[in-house]
Design a protein around this ligand. Sequence first.
Ligand SMILES: [Fe+2]
Length: 265
Amino acid sequence: MSGKDIRALFLGDICGQPGNRAVFIGLKQLVKDYRADVVVANGENASDGFGITPDEANSLFSAGVDIITTGNHVWQRSEIYPMMKGSGKLIRPANYPPGVPGKGMVSLKVKGTEIVVINLQGRLNMSAIDCPFRIGRELVQQVKRSNSCILIDFHAESTEEKEALALYLDGMAAAVVGTHTHIQTADERILPKGTAYITDIGMTGPVMSVIGSEPNISIKRQLTQIPLKNRIAETPAALQGVVVTINTEKGLAKKIVRFSKEMRV
Ligand SMILES: [Fe+2]
């Protein structure tokens, strides 16, 4: 690796206490193993699957997370709103209507390079918020490209929407990574104009589960069609995500590597 490269580690949706514990126990070693320079984690499910509290966010920062991105569930723990307004390190999707708490973009310096993290949310099978394509492009164009690298967490359900957005912004961002489905996909690649892409980086949460939840409840929900309240499965968790190596002179990706590391917690 040349001195001009940085490595950005993205951690998939941190789900409930098993996910939080996996971060506390495993993140520092993961950062060492991949020689990561910056860690971006999606934390919208940290609080028993729904939202994130200020204490949970602070614990994740202490464990080595630099920036927390979120998504549709972030609104379910309103005690986080003041922190979203105050802390630049916890962001929410940028394409929510004007006036909602927080902001959707943050920048930080990493090894002398400006890293800009943008959070967007999809609309297919999700809330009908503003267009992530239009807002995403506007934000990317606002960022001064010289000496800056743009990382995008696209929190979305639809593979079609995720691939389309990544190709729409190809060559403008160093990485567009998908979150939200909790299932890691095996399609990581560098797009033709240099943007690293993966449809979904996966989940940091209980492995033997239904997207993080207790299987018996999920099966009963399917069998009965009664919207029973889900509960996070208390089983050992995995840390899942990707590491993107970025050429800081170009602000584009050289390599994307996927990881899934099971913990005994
Ligand atoms: Fe989500």
